[in-house]
Design a protein around this ligand. Structure first.
Ligand SMILES: *[C@@H]1O[C@H](CO)[C@@H](O)[C@H](O)[C@H]1NC(C)=O
Ligand SMILES: *[C@@H]1O[C@H](CO)[C@@H](O)[C@H](O)[C@H]1NC(C)=O
Ligand SMILES: *[C@@H]1O[C@H](CO)[C@@H](O)[C@H](O)[C@H]1NC(C)=O
Ligand SMILES: *[C@@H]1O[C@H](CO)[C@@H](O)[C@H](O)[C@H]1NC(C)=O
Ligand SMILES: *[C@@H]1O[C@H](CO)[C@@H](O)[C@H](O)[C@H]1NC(C)=O
Ligand SMILES: *[C@@H]1O[C@H](CO)[C@@H](O)[C@H](O)[C@H]1NC(C)=O
Length: 337
């Protein structure tokens, strides 16, 4: 009897210890105000098939993309210096394409209101073209890519005093660059597909007096044949979860297990949700005041790189890391042969 209750007690205490540890962890500094070359608008964390990590606002330029991992350096400069890059995504190349091409990435250009396609060739030539553009676009913000179909889903937002439906939305670009608006919404920002590409996650926020008063994540069913979405369902409403509706949702990424990792640009946190809407982990960033975006990369694809404005110097962009046990969705697809 006593043995049994002791065992239960031990099990219970181990369990609560595990949960407490899981729920609240701290990230580690990677680029600090002392060594970062990124500006305060650092955004668009992305990964290529080698696990290299990139972000925007290198050397304080909105038209410059820099490399974060394995070493800090210039990666790409737009041929138009009015470009203001935000979300970035690398495409998966076929074996044949790899003979002549090093990498292809798409970048949302907020100012020029398009999605730009950049091809880096093995012979060091660079080609920059418009991948898709439509009059209905509103400051394209972030991109989600269906690797199976080549379709791109786009969020966008006009940050106004009082958000109206139509200040943001959801757009779809077909692989041939044909663009169309799927939904008219409040401000949309974080966007991601589940590993099986059958679920689309999209954030939506509303302002009053320029202050967010609502922040939600929606989920939709995706028809993998024609890319259409349906069954809009509430995934998380931060007013209900923890009254943090004032903290904007920014970049979102899935890991291979289908958990959704969400940056909160407003409280410096990253949250991990299971596909069935459970909050599994709260990450407090060590040195970022406004967490803007995130992506898994590094050697094994399981290091989470989180970017945003530095806590100790708001004029610079910092990077924190967190070691996860599983790789990200993008890394796992890009490295799969
Ligand atoms: C996690 O830790 C931070 C910093 O110690 C604290 O502010 C926050 O309230 C904690 N959150 C939870 C859910 O325990
Ligand atoms: C970017 O601008 C900030 C503010 O002016 C400055 O402190 C920082 O050194 C600049 N970074 C680079 C790499 O030039
Ligand atoms: C740069 O982009 C802007 C906005 O799209 C356009 O008006 C301008 O002509 C472009 N400049 C060049 C040199 O292509
Ligand atoms: C953004 O909102 C402002 C204020 O309502 C409006 O003047 C502007 O045209 C909007 N921009 C876009 C791209 O919709
Ligand atoms: C936002 O709009 C409201 C209503 O038009 C106005 O009263 C308020 O002053 C505006 N807020 C700011 C910060 O401009
Ligand atoms: C990557 O995987 C190897 C082999 O499993 C392991 O030894 C190493 O610690 C991992 N590195 C990171 C950064 O997780």
């Amino acid at each position: 009897m006593w043995k049994i209750s002791l065992q239960i007690l031990l099990t219970l205490s181990t369990l609560s210890f595990t949960i407490a540890q899981l729920e609240n962890q701290t990230t580690k500094p990677f680029f600090t105000p002392q060594n970062t070359l990124f500006g305060d608008s650092i955004e668009g964390t992305s990964v290529d098939e080698l696990g290299n990590i990139f972000a925007t606002n290198f050397l304080n330029e909105t038209f410059a993309i820099g490399q974060i991992f394995p070493e800090q350096k210039t990666f790409f400069l737009s041929n138009n210096d009015s470009s203001s890059f935000n979300g970035i995504r690398f495409l998966k190349l076929t074996k044949d394409e790899k003979i002549t091409i090093k990498s292809i990435f798409l970048a949302a250009d907020k100012k020029r209101s398009e999605v730009t396609k950049v091809t880096l060739f093995q012979n060091n030539n660079i080609e920059q073209t418009t991948f898709c553009k439509d009059d209905s676009f509103i400051e394209p913000n972030d991109l989600a890519i269906s690797y199976n179909s080549g379709r791109i889903y786009i969020s966008g937002q006009n940050f106004t005093n009082t958000t109206q439906k139509g200040d943001g939305g959801l757009w779809l670009c077909e692989p041939d660059g044909q663009a169309k608006q799927l939904l008219s919404l409040g401000r949309t920002n974080g966007i991601e597909l589940s590993p099986d590409e059958k679920v689309l996650y999209l954030s939506e926020a509303f302002n009053r007096d320029f202050i967010p008063i609502s922040n939600k994540i929606w989920k939709f069913s995706v028809d993998v044949n024609n890319g259409q979405i349906s069954n809009q369902e509430l995934f998380i409403d931060f007013a209900q979860l923890d009254s943090s509706q004032f903290a904007d949702i920014d970049g979102m990424r899935c890991d291979v297990e289908g958990n959704l990792w969400v940056t909160r640009n407003g409280d410096g946190k990253v949250l991990k949700f299971s596909a069935d809407k459970k909050l599994l982990l709260e990450l407090n960033t060590e040195q970022i005041i406004k967490t803007a975006n995130l992506e898994f990369g590094g050697k094994n694809g399981s290091t989470l790189f989180i970017v945003g404005k530095c806590k100790d110097d708001n004029s610079k962009g910092c990077v924190d890391v967190f070691e996860n046990s599983k790789p990200g969705r993008a890394f796992s697809v890009l490295t799969r042969t």
